[in-house]
Every structure is written in C-alpha cells, then in structure tokens.
Design a protein around this ligand. Sequence first.
Ligand code: FRU
Length: 588
Amino acid sequence: MKRSITSILIALLLISISCTSQKNSSGKNLSVDYKIQSSYLLIPVEEKAPEIKISVSASNPTHQYAFDVHLAVDKIDYWVPLDVKELKDQNLTLSFLGVNESILGIKEIKQSNEFEFEYNEKYRPQFHFSPEHGWMNDPNGMVYLDGEYHLFYQYNPYGAMWGNMHWGHAVSTDLISWTYLPTVLTPDSLGAIFSGSAVIDVNNTAGFGKNAMIAIYTSAGKVQAQSIAYSTDKGRTFTKYAKNPVLPNPGITDFRDPKVSWNEQSKQWVMALATRNTVTFYGSQNLKEWTKLSEFGDGIGSHAAVWECPDLFPLTFQGKTKWVLIVSLNPGGPNGGSATQYFIGNFDGKSFKPDALPYPLWLDYGRDNYAGVTFNNIPATDGRRIFMGWMSNWDYANQVPTKYFRSANTSPRELKIVNNGKHMILSSFPVVEMNKIKDKMIELPDLQVATNATIAELLEQNDGSYEINMSVKPDDAEVFGFSLGNSKGELLVFKFDNSTGFFSIDRKKSGLTDFNDRFAMGMSAPLIKRAVYNVRLLIDRASAEIFINEGEITMTTLFFPVECMNQLRFFSRAGKISVENIKINNIK
Ligand code: FRU
C-alpha cells in the first residue's frame, strides 16, 4: 500500500486562556482551556514517559472523551492529533490527571491546521496494510460487502504503542491496496473496544435493517463482555446497540474476541468466543440474545497461555466438509511468544469434535503472525477462505523500530486443508490478487551449488519490496539453504536441515535487533524430506513471508535491516543442491 503525505505545518497557535490545578498524590490534576482556532490540537508524545489520562471536554458531546497517552516529559518523539475542526472559535478543556504542571508535554501542546508526519518512513511496508499513524494490533471484523473488503483493526490513535483500543477501518477492492476510513468504534462507559467480527445480516434477524453490517466485539472495561453495533451505510459509521452488552460476563476474566457467522445446519448465528483457555460456542437467532451451545479445548492442543481470537469455518477437503478452528495464544508459541494453533474436525452446528491429529498444530511457524482470522461473507461464487494476521509478536510489538506507526498485517492468504503425506494440515498461500502487483520480472539461470553461490545484485534500485520464487532441489545435501544479505554484512538466513527435520530462520544478524532481547531468538518449523522445495518469499522492507511447497510450511518474520537486502546467497553443506526457475519480481 502506497501513500505519501506532503503537508506543511502552518499555524502554530496555542491559546491557553485559563489554567486551574488541584493536587493529588501522584502530582496535580490540571485543567487547561484552549480557544480553538485551527483544525488540530497536537499532543506531544514521549514513548518512555509514564502514561497519563487526559480528559477532553467541549460543549459538543462528541468532544467529551478521555484517553491515555505517554505525554512528553523530557523530549518529544512525535505528535498525535486531536481533530478539533468542528470546534472553531469554541473552547475546549483538557484535564490532565496526576501530572506535574511544568512538564514539557503540557507546555508544548499546540494548535495547527496540519498534522504532519513522515508517512513513508524507512520500514513502512509497500504492499501490506499498516495503519496511517498510531498503533495497530489484531485484524477485526473482516467482512466482504458489495465489492469491498472491510478491514477493521485494533487501533490506538494516541500513540504508536498499545492502548485506548478503538476499531480503525480501511476498505479494499483487491485485498492489496487499502483506503483509510475514519475510526468506527471508540471506547465508551463499558470499556475499550477489543477484538471481534462483523457479519452482514442478510435476513434482518437483528432488526437493524436488511443487509446491515453488524459488528460483534468485546467491551473491555472492569470486566470483558460482548457488545454489538450496526451500520447501514456500508460500514462507514456504526451505532452501538442501546442494550449492550449482549453477552455479559459470567465470571470469567478472559472472555473475549467473538467471531460470529451464520450456521446453516443449526439455522442460527454461532459465536466462537475465547473463554480463558477454551473456546465456548454460543448460538443466537438475532445477535442480541445468546445461549451457550458447547465448550471445546480442555486437554487438547497447547494451553501454555490464555486463548484469544478464535475462528471457526468450513473447508472442503477431498469432497467433504471439514471444520477448522483456529485459536491464538500468547505466550507459548512454538518459537516463543505469540502464535496461532488450529484444530481440524467436525461441527454439527453446536459443538466441535476434533479429528485425531498430532496437536498442537501451528498455522505459521514464524514469530510474527498473530491473532489472524478469516473474512466473513465472501461470495459463494468465489468460495475462498481468506485469512490475514497481525504481523508482530507481543514479545516486542511495542518496541519495534518504526516511529509514527507500529505494525502491519500479513499478506492476505488463502487457507486450504491439504495432506502432507502423513496427515491433514492447514496450508496458507498468498491470494491470487498478489500476482497482479508484481512489477518487472528478472529470471536468473539455474544454479548448481556445492558449497556457496552468490547472486550479488537481485534488483536494480531495489527499495526493499520484492518477491522471489525458486525451486530448491537437495540433490544429495542434507543441510542447505539461502540467505538475503546487504553490503553492511547483514543476513537473514533460511536453512533446511533434513538431518534434524527442521526448517529455520535466523534473524540474529539481520539488522536492528537490540530493541528487545527476545527479538533475535531463532525460529523453526518441522520439515518433511522432499525432492523439491518450491519457495515463494515475499519481502516488504521489514518483513519476510516464506511459503514452501504452496504453504505446506509457512513462516512470517520481521527484520529491520540498516539497508535493504539485495543479495541472495545459497549454501550447501556436504552435498550439492540445484536451484531452478529463479524468478525475482520487484513489487510496486
Ligand atoms: C490479541 C488481543 C485480544 C484482545 C486484543 C486487545 O492480540 O489480546 O485478545 O481482544 O488483543 O487489543
């Protein structure tokens, strides 16, 4: 996704007309009035500063809210905007809870007609969705309607770190290029807006209108409970249901992330909900009243941590319908931190029965694919099950070295059940739409590698967004692979090891790693010995997604090279490999 913002900061008007203060134990409660003369009130953020609460009040009720922010104390990392266009010539009051009145942040708050930031910063992905500014985590409410794919997402508009969860919104007609739309759900008296899903109410079961888009999300306040909101303008604006929550908390602390879809067999809406470390299924005729149907998960799969973001959906395998249940958990992934496991089995409209498979099974063995779910309402004529995940890991998500935004999504992927020769697995592979954005292709001659071979320049004017396809044949080698590199000696290493039965990625020397000591940890996936490994590798400035044998192995990893990786090296230990059909595409 490309976008550039060229804006010039103009009017810097700070008109503070009065200031009142009141002492409390951790500082003062201070109120400052501003006479609004510009479009934005810009709040300075320093990420290392303590988080404080700011309450906003103005006579217009849409300008009465509160948010948490790392208000600058010693220096300003960046600014976050409060949109105050509607308040021209009116007063707005900011109340700061528990602060020292002389801190930099309060003094520096300013008015401006522009909100300026560097959109095209170094690690901004070019063909993956990332928020315009601020923080993003889980994809939410992904749903297709009338030619548009809707992506909502966990969003903090007040900084590039987690907090103040809203639902951000973007739409796309091709899953690749996205248009930012205004935020749709903001925190309220029931709490922050955590993850959830969206459905299209084709038969007006809820009474909000035929084809209303209905969001089902977690209200995360003192307790977690499920709420709904509806839109009759194609997702542009939502109205929260007056009787929220529709599914109150039954005494379970971790009670969240509803994924709802219509179940034809039991003729009802079915909600898969993460309930501590199981998934509970609820049923409803109208999305407003819910009854417990069953619970799944005790004693099966990984229970290293609470379960989050479940998704239940059917897939056809060898002519029969199978049901897949995906569940994220954090920490406790196969390579540390966050990861998504899955189960394959049957669902009778009320309960899920898993097939006997060697659980836990993981959807992606990389460190950076979490909380992913699939789109609802993809037309039957299309028939695909399309997935996107959040391309980060809670181990270090808040510290990755981007500035005005944090996190991107994975590429959109089609999920399929395939047999890996031993048992069923869930494969993921980039959607076909990805093929359309490839720019000019370079084909390289086949290689025979006995120890090492280097392709010194992959692309002219490489700006770090490209795709590599190739077939790697381990003629008589057991340990072999390839790495991406640059002139600074940085390396991202991909290694097949048929002696241990693992494929691994090593990002220890791939560039910036010291922002968190868990970032450099290795990652590996079980490897089945094959005569050919078809490799598809998507690189987008700071991310690598590898799909081996059409998604039999999938790994997603972030990396932060000082300069873009434009060299490809092959290696083989004790034996030869051949590499064929090497094709490199720039992606624009
Ligand atoms: C998963 C998660 C969800 C929750 C959301 C909060 O990453 O923890 O369980 O709804 O993030 O932002």
